[in-house]
Each structure stands twice: as structure tokens, then as C-alpha cells.
Design a protein around this ligand. Structure first.
Ligand code: NAP
Length: 286
């Protein structure tokens, strides 16, 4: 039976660290932009709000209509970029289908980009020494959360077979960079792997599975190799409840470690988001 990888302990320790760092700073403000109504984005925003309250950070949600035009969106982001009272900005996914992530994140002032998604910041991550990256580079909080949870298992990543499900610029792609630079053997799988029926084969051979899709029970418990580490990043909705990508009840009987949803990666991601907010404050010279 798998050990449950609970993020609470790491999350609490990080919260204390953040509180100490905040003591020397003026009140910071996170601008959090969301477009339309989305269950997962709503859950994430509510977690952002709660943590901001505990940390004494101003939380400024900006909700735009689901059918907002790109031009109007651009104007709103421009205002936040210029607003000196806003320390950092998060653009919560999902965006309207026809919008490209690269065009959306390029609108941000790269020094206020708390998720490290501006092309310049992703470029720095790409060419840099990822795990020892510059103190002033924001890296996707979700990626930092996964790396921290893997650290809890004390696994030596060298030559470990890792299968990542999902290939987004926020999670799958930067994670592959991190893990590859630690000499893990990384397979990246995505929608076409699934359509080709190849997902089970990639998972059955994996020592570590990281899933970031957002489709409940996409990953069948039977596909998990005995003793594998399973990190479930996905946040979907099943019967009105938050639910991960992995069929948890079956997978926990095969894995050595597994993250639950909720109470897995999510809490920790929010905490790393505020740790990044401090980096943006430093970039602004505060
Ligand atoms: P995204 O941009 O939509 O990426 C999802 C990825 O999964 C895409 O590469 C997509 O491929 C792929 N995919 C879709 N259906 C698939 C299938 N049946 N089999 C294999 N791959 C499939 O989303 P994201 O921003 O990376 O977020 C992914 C999930 O993580 C969401 O549920 C989100 O809410 C959650 N999330 C969690 C945290 C946390 O800390 N726990 C933080 C952020 C996000 P195509 O694009 O080609 O369809």
C-alpha cells in the first residue's frame, strides 16, 4: 500500500519562511486574472485568496467575461503591468480556445510574471542551470511543488524512468527540463499518445508517473507499475468534487508513494506562488 505524499508539512514550513521574508517588505499585492467560469480556476483562486489573507498580502482578483476580446484583455493586462501597487500577476488558465499561451503570457511585464511563463523567463529556464536557477527567476510554482514532493520520497532520479502525462508550457515541458537535467530518463506523453492507445505502455514501464491533464480517472490504477511514485497534478471535477487524473483507490494499492487530490500538489503550488511574489518584489527593487 502506497504512502500518501502529504504536502502539508512542506507547505507549512514554506509558509513560515515566506512570513519571515515578508517582514522586511512593504505590503505586496497579487493581481489574479481569470476569464469566465471554470471549476479548477475557481478552486485555485479560492486557495490564493486564503493564503494571501494568512500572509498579509493583498489579493486582487480580476474577473473578465468568458467572451472577452483579446484586445480588451490586452488593455487590462497593460493596466496591471503599469500599476505600481501590483507586485505580481498570475493569469489563471484556461484561456479562450483560440488564444495561444505564447501570445497571452507575452503580454505580461516579465518582472511581474509570478508563474515564470513569459517567453523571456521560459527561455532563461531553458538555457539555465535549472535546479540551481538564478535567485531572481520565477519558475512555475506547480513544477516547484512536484520537485519538492519528489524530494520527500528521497528518490535518486538518475536513470529513473519518468512518464509525464500532459505537455503544457506551465507543467509538462518545464518539468521534463528539470528531471532531464537530474539525469532521469523522461518520456513525455500527451493527447496523441492517448489517442494511439499507447498511454498504458508508457505508464507500465515508469518508475515515476506525473500526470497533469485535468481528466478524472484518465490514468487507470492497473497501469501503475508496482512500487512506482505517482504525482497527480490534474484537477478535474467528478460528481461535483475536485478530482485528480489518477484512479486513486486502485493506484494506491500498487504505488510506493502517491499524492491525493485534493491535499496533494495544489496547496504547495499556492505557497510557491507567493514565494515567487517575493522574487517579483525584489525584481522591482522593494
Ligand atoms: P493544459 O494546458 O490544458 O494541458 C493539458 C495537457 O494534457 C495538454 O498537453 C493536453 O494535450 C494533454 N491531454 C489532454 N487530454 C489528454 C489525454 N486524454 N491523454 C493525455 N494527455 C492529454 O493544462 P495545464 O495548465 O497544464 O494544467 C493541467 C492540469 O493541472 C489541469 O487540471 C489544471 O487544473 C491542473 N493544475 C494543477 C495545479 C496543481 O498545483 N495541482 C497547478 C496548475 C494546474 P493537448 O493540449 O494537445 O490537448
Amino acid at each position: 500500500m502506497a504512502k500518501i505524499l502529504d504536502s502539508l508539512k512542506i507547505s507549512q514550513a514554506l509558509e513560515e519562511e515566506i512570513k519571515t521574508k515578508l517582514k522586511g517588505l512593504p505590503k505586496l499585492c497579487l493581481g489574479s486574472v481569470v476569464i469566465g467560469d471554470n471549476y479548477s480556476a475557481g478552486v485555485y483562486q479560492s486557495s490564493q485568496r486564503k493564503v494571501a489573507l494568512r500572509l498579509g498580502v493583498e489579493y486582487r482578483p480580476i474577473k473578465l467575461a468568458g467572451d472577452v476580446s483579446f484586445d480588451k484583455f490586452k488593455i487590462e493586462i497593460g493596466k496591471l503591468n503599469k500599476d505600481k501597487s501590483v507586485t505580481g500577476i498570475i493569469l489563471n488558465k484556461p484561456f479562450p480556445l483560440r488564444w495561444k499561451d505564447s501570445e497571452v503570457f507575452s503580454l505580461l511585464d516579465e518582472r511581474k510574471d509570478v508563474e515564470g511563463m513569459h517567453p523571456v523567463n521560459l527561455g532563461k529556464l531553458f538555457i539555465g542551470d535549472t535546479l540551481g536557477a538564478s535567485d531572481l527567476l520565477c519558475i512555475s510554482p506547480t513544477v516547484l511543488s512536484v520537485i519538492a514532493l519528489l524530494g520527500e520520497t528521497k528518490v535518486n532520479l538518475t536513470a529513473k524512468k519518468v512518464t509525464i502525462v500532459g505537455f503544457s508550457s506551465l507543467i509538462g515541458k518545464p518539468l521534463a527540463l528539470f528531471l532531464g537535467s537530474e539525469f532521469a530518463t523522461v518520456s513525455i506523453t500527451h493527447i496523441e499518445t492517448y489517442k494511439a492507445g499507447d498511454l498504458p505502455a508508457y505508464l507500465e514501464g515508469a518508475d515515476i508517473v506525473i500526470s497533469a491533464v485535468g481528466k478524472p480517472d484518465l490514468i487507470k490504477g492497473d497501469w501503475i507499475k508496482k512500487g512506482a511514485i505517482v504525482i497527480d497534478v490534474g484537477t478535474g471535477q467528478k460528481n461535483g468534487k475536485l478530482c485528480g487524473d489518477v484512479e486513486f483507490n486502485v493506484a494506491k494499492g500498487k504505488a510506493s508513494y502517491i499524492t491525493p487530490v485534493p491535499a496533494g500538489t495544489g496547496k504547495l503550488t499556492t505557497m510557491f506562488l507567493y514565494n515567487n511574489l517575493i522574487l517579483t518584489a525584489k525584481m522591482a527593487g522593494l
